[in-house]
Write a protein that binds this ligand. Structure first.
Ligand SMILES: [Zn+2]
Ligand SMILES: [Zn+2]
Length: 341
């Protein structure tokens, strides 16, 4: 079988390796689709602080169960599945209290642990989440980023009836906006500096799409929501400009959730945070319940994942996928690899 290996930043090899053996508690998954996200691109450029080479990538994934180990009861060959890529210790304080997304020893497949970019992947059955038969394998590969959005949206508790702003209309911002709507938010406004990304948000049903190079963030908040502005702001861009605007324009006493990985050190106005009694929260990855909620939202047709797929590449052209992303960064949302093609 073939396996992707990034031997150094920017160098991808497709290697012939044996199909892995599985243990009694494992399943062998025939991998179908692998998504490439911003973190993968950081690895490709040698800019991911917590990834060493060589590394096999792949953490946004769908596939079909090929066979299961003797102890595995709840998976059957032929079943469509996705994989939760977190490898956790189970012993630390967060793990012991159900917050294994914050495991002190957290490793993630495709970064600090081998990823799924291979024809077959052996994995603990506990990490495998079945998908409904009706699911497309492309949607299945996007459950991981959607689970990021679900986890982020839930950091604010119940969003039903809330007015929500999402800063950043890349894949995660788009999915946070769609998830907030899907979970019952009253009105959702999304902002970006790219009309391309805002057009996709519009296609996904977000009614208020604001280009902040054309309308100031604070003005747009008041135009869309009135003088009371919004209940929640999700920062899915994560830089001093976006967090600065969120803090400057948030309604007093409201909540800001940092979803993006923040770029560099923050210089934000904590005096305003204090004076306006703003609540600043953050969100990191997801847990199993977020995967289940993500699958439910897709099943209920509340999320348009297809609109996010910019391009698809066959497995042997993995490197071309990154070249494409580099050359079309402004016109790229999600790139998928057809692993069996
Ligand atoms: Zn990702
Ligand atoms: Zn742990």
């Amino acid at each position: 079988m073939l396996q992707q290996v990034m031997t150094a930043p920017g160098v991808i090899e497709i290697r012939e390796v044996p199909v892995p053996e599985i243990g009694a508690d494992q399943a062998l998954i025939r991998i179908e689709k692998v998504g490439i996200c911003g973190s993968d691109v950081h690895v490709y450029h040698g800019q991911h602080p917590f990834t060493k080479y060589p590394v096999t990538q792949g953490h946004e994934v769908s596939g079909v169960v090929d066979k299961v180990g003797s102890n595995v009861r709840d998976l059957r060959p032929g079943q469509k599945v996705t994989i939760e890529p977190q490898v956790v210790c189970g012993q630390c304080h967060p793990c012991r209290h159900g917050k294994y997304n914050l495991c002190e020893q957290l490793r993630v497949m495709g970064f600090q642990a081998p990823g799924t970019a291979a024809h077959f992947f052996a994995v603990d059955a506990a990490k495998v989440t079945p998908l409904p038969d009706s699911f497309s394998l492309e949607d299945g590969a996007m459950i991981e980023p959607l689970a990021v959005a679900v986890h982020a949206v839930k950091q604010a508790g119940d969003v039903k009836g809330k007015d929500v702003v999402v800063i950043g209309a890349g894949p995660i911002g788009n999915l946070v906006a769609q998830t907030a709507k899907g979970m019952g938010a009253r009105k959702v406004m999304i902002t970006d500096v790219s009309d391309f990304r805002l057009d996709i948000a519009r296609e996904c049903g977000i009614e208020e799409c604001v280009n902040t190079t054309k309308e100031a963030f604070g003005d747009a908040m008041v135009r869309v929501f009135g003088p009371d502005k919004a209940d929640l702001i999700y920062d899915c861009a994560g830089n001093n400009t976006t967090m600065g605007e969120a803090i400057a324009h948030a309604r007093k006493g409201s909540t800001i959730i940092l979803v993006a990985v923040f770029a560099g050190m923050a210089s934000i106005d904590l005096a305003v945070v204090n004076d306006h009694e703003l609540e600043i929260k953050s969100s990191m990855m997801y847990r199993h319940e977020d995967y289940l909620e993500a699958i439910r939202l897709v099943e209920q047709n509340r999320i348009n994942l297809r609109a996010l797929v910019s391009k698809r590449f066959p497995f042997r052209q993995y490197q071309d996928a990154y070249r494409h992303i580099d050359e079309h960064r402004e016109q790229t949302m999600k790139v998928l690899i057809n692993v069996q093609e």
